[in-house]
Design a protein around this ligand. Structure first.
Ligand code: LER
Ligand code: MN
Length: 303
């Protein structure tokens, strides 16, 4: 997508020294977890706000309104990224080979539907459902099953020119991949250049000693980023060290997406993560607009 200036005079796709910076997107999680037809009208708004991309949470891929959604992405000149969250029971690292077979079929469908949406990047904790094995350490067998599963998915990724960005999540969501170093090691063992890492600063804030250094150590294996505050509120309103993180990304010349993943409260969206977790005073629009303004302010300043 070409470089363009935004209304407030910032050229958000160029840094002050003229280099390219990361592209900015917003996750639909700010509003809802179940994106449907009634949400298509958001895409012009997301574009108007100044985002280049919108991330769609994908639970059951065929539940999404695929064809109209793709048209809306195209007509609003927005990039689509996808975040896969595996429904319970869809488990790529289960001991039962039938469960693993069904999990592979599910992941294949995720890649296919993401491609139908026009996405080029699929992220999320694709190795286990949220809540799996939180009460114990993961095992060597589970590690090997994750590698085997994602190696087997490689052909489907290639066929659809899709990148996969595996997301480590904190200890209360699953135990297999918690840190960026574990994710880096997993991807290195998979050995497919189409498979890299998503860093989510909410999870990293719990699991890393230093978020910025953990990102820097990934180098080119950093494929995607979730810009999330420590409480999933508006980026910049909490204690995630975004100035240091953005400075590191600039040093790395990171050109991938930084997707704001925060949860807002809206009374008419009961199926949103924010219905349970967001501050009543923080709307989805606050997450988007105030978050974007804050991240932009860091992107144009020498940090
Ligand atoms: C998905 O991007 C994520 O961060 C997970 O915590 C969702 O459960
Ligand atoms: Mn995330």
């Amino acid at each position: 997508m070409s470089t363009r200036a935004s209304d407030d005079g910032y050229d958000i796709y160029k840094t002050q020294d003229g280099g390219r910076s990361m592209k900015l997107g917003i996750s639909a999680f700010a509003w809802t977890r179940s994106f449907g037809m009634k949400h298509l009208s958001w895409l012009p708004k997301v574009r108007e706000y100044g985002f280049e991309g919108l991330e769609i949470p994908m639970f059951r891929p065929r539940d999404l309104p695929v064809a109209p959604l793709r048209m809306a992405f195209e007509s609003n000149e927005l990039d689509c990224t996808v975040c896969v969250i595996l429904p319970s029971g869809v488990n790529p690292i289960d001991a039962d080979s039938d469960v693993r077979r069904r999990a592979l079929a599910h992941l294949v469908e995720c890649v296919e539907v993401a491609a139908e949406l026009g996405a080029r990047l699929l992220g999320g904790p694709v190795y286990a459902p949220i809540g799996y094995a939180v009460e114990r350490r993961s095992t060597e067998e589970e590690w090997k099953r994750a590698i085997e599963m994602l190696q087997r998915l490689g052909e489907k990724l290639d066929e659809n020119r899709m990148r996969l960005a595996v997301e480590p999540v904190n200890r209360s969501e699953t135990s297999l991949l918690r840190t960026t170093e574990e994710a880096r090691r997993l991807c290195a063992e998979i050995g497919n250049p189409a498979i890299g890492v998503t860093v989510d600063t909410f999870h990293a804030n719990i699991e890393e000693k230093c978020i910025a250094s953990s990102i820097e150590r990934l180098g080119p294996m950093l494929s995607h980023l979730h810009l999330s505050e420590n409480d999933r509120g508006v980026p910049g309103s909490g204690h995630v060290p975004f100035p240091e993180i953005v400075a590191t990304l600039r040093k790395m010349e990171y050109e991938g997406y930084g997707v704001i993943e925060g949860f807002g409260y809206a009374a008419d969206e009961p199926d949103s993560p924010g219905a349970l977790l967001a501050d009543y005073a923080v709307s989805p629009e606050d997450i988007a607009l105030r978050g974007l303004q804050y991240i932009r302010s860091l992107s144009v300043r020498e940090c």
